[in-house]
Write a protein that binds this ligand. Sequence first.
Ligand code: HAM
Length: 421
Amino acid sequence: MSTFQAPKGTYDLIPPRSAKFLAVREAISAPLKNSGYGYIETPGFENVELFARGVGESTDIVSKEMYAFETKGGTKLALRPEGTASVLRAALEANLHKAGNLPVKLWYSGSYYRYERPQAGRYRHFSQVGAEAIGAEDPALDAELIILADQAYRTLGLREFRILLNSLGDKECRPVYRDALQGFLRELDLDEDTRRRIEINPLRVLDDKRADVQKQLVGAPMLRDYLCDACKAYHEEVRELLTAAGVAFEDDEKLVRGLDYYTRTTFEFVHDGLGSQSAVGGGGRYDGLSEMIGGPELPSVGWALGVDRTVLALEAEGIELELPASTSVFAVPLGEEARRVLFGIVTELRREGIATDFAFGGRGLKGAMKSANRSGARYTIVAGERDLGEGVVQIKNMESGEQSAVALGLVVEELRSRLSS
Ligand code: HAM
């Protein structure tokens, strides 16, 4: 161990577990790439104001959890706590919405930072794969995104997840509901912090996990009863499209999410094997966000799935991904001359696209064979002075233990044909 450790709330991804993270990122992004989403990458930090305005000043994410700092030049920046505001900022900056091709569909993958209290499944540095469809109001787009996330999770083999679905209304009906809810909440016996929340973000109070608060919330006005006709019809169509696609969901009228930009459709993917940090992914429609950050009206929808929690969900369900062994062939040279010759063959095999590794460091046969075993390679090539004298190397099938001599010039060809059978 060195003097240093990974900072609190972070961890390192190391082999072999790190392979699962790559596989999860691949599984989540594959259906997006296959559905017209283009890849976008934005900086790891942004002007702090983007998140304050976008995610919302009153949210925990902005008010308590943001890694905000001032640069030597006096600019106020923040490590990104989420991806949506940045992606929309970048799309607007590049005028993607003006190219006459709406919606602009983008996907991303990266690191996000929140100064949260660390616990199982909750970290200060975590990883998301996300998708945003910018500039179209169409229930089929909301449905598409939910269907693609569902497909990603099913491809990974996950079964114990549920989709919670709600509508948060729009700028017509939500303010009316907000007033009614505030009126109800102000009459309750609540602590100072919660009373403040009533004035800033009353919907979040419904999300309070404390039993004594939940008890008082019985009979609170529900948004469902306040949705305007347009929101109701929109939501109904999203539900119908999901049902037609065979994607099961649960209506959850208490689902409010922790970011302020949502309108209409909101959803969360929860996994039942994860304890308190059960949300593996979430998202929704954010029709007003573009205007909040100084852009034109651009109704949009998106989600982000947490890679860390998705890996935990796989482990909770005991799912072993079928990851191909990273190495197909392992070369073990015995002696100086063999080292040069085999290293040449290794280079050739790699250029042929065959995953190959080499026993570095001049270790003895025993140690080298141990490495060969550990690598998961199907074949080991071994050569000593005598083999080279005869112009051959030994190819060992690691599963059966069979070994045969193959002429030096034919090794690559022979391995290629054996590996493809
Ligand atoms: P979010 O619900 O804040 O949404 O985060 C999405 C997912 O990121 C969560 O469901 C969770 O899996 C993961 N996540 C969040 N915080 C942590 C943490 N501290 N540790 C580990 N995993 C975490 C958003 O970020 C929105 N930008 C989603 C979105 C996209 N909405 C519209 N478009």
